[in-house]
Structures are given as C-alpha cells and as structure tokens.
Design a protein around this ligand. Structure first.
Ligand code: CP
Length: 352
C-alpha cells in the first residue's frame, strides 16, 4: 500500500505500519547503508508555529539520508506575511522540493496544502487536530519496548481537547487488536465529540474519567500531555487547569512494574523531572525513535513522482463554523458537494 500524503492516520493498514516499522528497525541497525538514500532530494519545512522535536527531527532525518532542507520557522520572513495564500505558498514551495512538511495553528491546513502541492505533504501538526508523525514515533516506541502492539490498556491524560497527538493515537490504534483507552481529563478538556464519534464508529473501547490517581494501577501505558496554553481563549481558564495532573515517583508506586510512561513533549510541569530516571520512562526514546521513523517515512515519500493535484471540486455553500479551521481564513477552500458528503468539514472534520 502506497500513501502519498500523511495528513491523518485514518487510512493506514497493518501491512503499511509493519513495512514502515521494519524499515525503521533496519535503519537503526544499519544507518551507514542509508547515508545516500535520498541524495539530491530536498525536504521543505513550512512551520507556521513553533517546534523543536518535529522540526529538528525531520531536518536530521533528511540529512542522515543524504538529502537537504529548505524552509522557514517564522512565516513573518515569507510572503505569507504579505497576504499570499496557503495554496500559492504551497504550490510554489512544491516546485523547489520533493516533499513538504507543514505545521500550522489552523486545523485542516495540511489537507488544504496537499490539494495544491505537486509533491507529498506531511502533516507536522495542524492546530488541535492531528499530529500523525508524532504517533508514528509513539507506535515505534511501544513496538520497540513491548515487542507487539496489542492487548494494551492505554491512559491518555491531560488536555485531550486540544492535544493533537492523542487524537492521532486513537486513530492509529484502531488497527491493533485488544486496545482500550482510559481518557483522563477534566471536563473542560475532554476528548472532542468528533473524535469520540470516530472512536465509536470504529468500535474502539474507551471510558472517560477525571480520576488520574485511581486509574494509574490499571494501565499498561500512561500517555501524559501538556495543557496546550496556546489554544486557550482565556488565560484565567488556562491557569485554573494548569497543573491539574502531575506524575510523580510517589504516584508511580501504584503503577504496574512494566507500565510505559510516555509524553510527546514538550512538558510543562505534568511529569516531575525525578521520574526521568525511572526505567519505565520512555519519552526520550520517543524523541529518538521519532527521527528514525521519519527517516523511514521520507524514504517512502521522497522518491514519489511529481504530480499536479487534481482540480479542487466542491462548493462554498456551507461554511465550517470552527474558528480554528483553515477554511475560515483561506476562504477560497471548498467543501465537498452535497452528493459526496455534507456532514463533516473536509479540512477539520467538525460537523457542518
Ligand atoms: N512533540 C512535538 O510535536 O514537539 P514539538 O512541538 O517541539 O515539535
């Protein structure tokens, strides 16, 4: 199975994952065999929002494959600041590159970019929507630590409303058997309804809880997340919720001896640094594996043939009302025709 764009993980198959992970393991074992694998290829990074891990890991990944990077980490230095559309910026940058990586605060921006790109597009995080390559790093870490990804009780804890990494994890986990989720958050930061609907339609097993301490002993994996300050409309609300769940060595005494402690990072107080020396802490392994799995992904995508996308079909009769949706600012973007689907925004997945 060949996937051209990595926008979400909704369509991945077990075969696709196993092949990607096998490639990742091969790279880890024999890095010298890959130093020219993407020689002459150019990765473009379009970062409209700050990043350390995703940005640096993609740059490191392509350099380790013998390729190079172009890109920006501050859109103020580009013609986007003069009002150039995302469509034009993407089309132009796709003329210089072989794959584009995009991060944006706007939900659905990677979907929109892929509609105008002549080369594959990778979603490096679109607002509070999805972050698929972080999930690939997470899956690689679970597979590495546990041998198999199956029969796991996973606690997702913290900001499940705005935390894009947890949205991608539940999507990807639907291909693995025996996975159940404890969704641990305060009411205000519950998993959004559109993600819960998707989980129900895929028959994924989950329960929602506000009780962090009582849930810990049940878990095989505890996946902590940061409260996403940058997505709050009220700083008072953020301050009220910040620090609501903090993982300490004391709490970990209740956990299973082989429970994995995961976090996409950056953290902001939700894991005490003293936990770092616990052998169950896997978050810096996630960082390292993130680079290797992105190498495997780039090996897959960067040799794809250049191909102009089909013309954008649809209409503008129904507007998405999600203020964080890319279609709110890139107003030329069309929704699907009613015969195809009118129920959900094609960019941010919210009900229309
Ligand atoms: N995990 C993650 O996406 O980190 P960055 O925001 O630093 O890229």
């Amino acid at each position: 199975m060949q996937i051209r764009n990595i926008i979400s993980l909704a369509d991945i198959t077990m075969e696709w994952w196993e092949s990607l992970y096998a490639q990742c393991c091969e790279i880890i074992e024999h890095p010298a065999d890959y130093t020219d694998a993407c020689k002459g290829k150019v990765l473009a990074t379009m970062f409209f929002e700050p990043s350390t891990r995703t940005s640096f890991s993609f740059q490191a990944a392509v350099q380790r494959l013998g390729g190079g990077t172009i890109g920006f980490s501050d859109p103020l230095g580009t013609s986007a600041s003069k009002g150039e559309t995302l469509a034009d910026t993407t089309k132009v940058i796709s003329q210089y590159s072989d794959t584009i990586v995009i991060r944006s605060p706007l939900e659905g921006s990677a979907t929109a970019a892929a509609m105008y790109s002549d080369v594959p597009v990778i979603n490096a995080g679109d607002g509070g929507h999805f972050h698929p390559t972080q999930t690939l790093a997470d899956l690689a870490t679970i597979a590495q630590k546990r041998g198999k990804i199956e029969n796991l009780r996973i606690g997702l804890c913290g900001d499940l409303k705005y935390g894009r990494t947890v949205h991608s994890i539940v999507e990807a986990m639907s291909i693995f058997p025996g996975i159940s989720f404890h969704l641990i958050s305060p009411q205000e930061l519950r998993m959004p309804d559109y993600i819960l609907s998707q989980m129900r339609s895929r028959n994924q097993d989950f329960i929602e809880s506000e009780d962090f301490v009582q849930t810990i002993p049940e878990l095989d994996i505890l996946y902590m997340t940061r409260i996403q300050r940058e997505r709050f409309h009220s700083s008072a609300e953020y301050r009220r919720l910040r620090g609501i769940f903090i993982l300490t060595n004391e709490l970990l005494k209740q956990a299973k001896p082989d429970m994995l402690i995961m976090h996409p990072l950056p953290r902001y107080g939700e894991i005490d640094p003293q936990v770092d020396s616990d052998p169950r802490a896997a978050y810096f392994d996630q960082v390292r594996n993130g680079m290797f799995i992105r190498m495997a992904l780039l090996l897959n995508l960067m040799h794809s043939p250049r191909q102009a996308p089909p013309p954008l079909l649809g209409n503008n009769e129904i507007k998405c009302e999600n203020p964080a949706c890319v279609s709110q600012t890139e107003t030329y973007l069309l929704q699907l025709d009613s015969e195809t689907s009118t129920k959900f925004c094609r960019y941010c997945d919210r009900e229309l």
